[in-house]
Design a protein around this ligand. Structure first.
Ligand code: NI
Length: 138
């Protein structure tokens, strides 16, 4: 981590008040810490949007395992992508529904494509996906 640099920021009063309320809700130790987190988050988002970066992802799927062939299709696709899937967890939610959580690591474009393919399989009811860029050293 490099040295800290101070700089002045001019904000409208109401924007500053909203920022301070957000900091309070999120229990940020200081405005500086909150601003650093926001800048890192934006830079990370931009890296994910503009390039194929090394990333970690979490994909959560909810599906009815009674749908014919669905469990088999999901398993087949996951085995094809075994190099990107570092952990999975399967929960039997109720008589019909399963929740599967996959922890992924690899090139962001590959992870996004895998998530899209798994979510698109007929019978998958819900699919949420989040990506976090790795290797950003600031
Ligand atoms: Ni199940």
């Amino acid at each position: 981590m490099s040295e800290l640099t101070r700089f002045g920021v001019s904000l409208e009063e109401d924007l500053l008040q909203a920022f301070d309320k957000l900091c309070e809700r999120r229990r940020c130790p200081s405005r500086s810490e909150a601003l650093r987190d926001m800048i890192r988050k934006e830079l990370g988002q931009e890296a994910l949007e503009t390039g194929n970066v090394n990333a970690a992802g979490v994909l959560t799927l909810v599906y009815d395992h009674h749908v014919p062939d669905l469990s088999h299709k999901l398993t087949e696709r996951q085995h094809d992508a075994h190099d990107c899937i570092i952990a999975t967890m399967h929960v039997h939610l109720d008589h019909h529904n399963c929740l599967e959580m996959l922890v992924l690591r690899g090139p962001s474009h590959t992870l996004r494509e895998l998530a899209d393919q798994l979510r698109a399989i007929r019978g998958v009811k819900q699919g949420s996906f989040s990506l976090t860029p790795l290797d950003l050293d600031y």
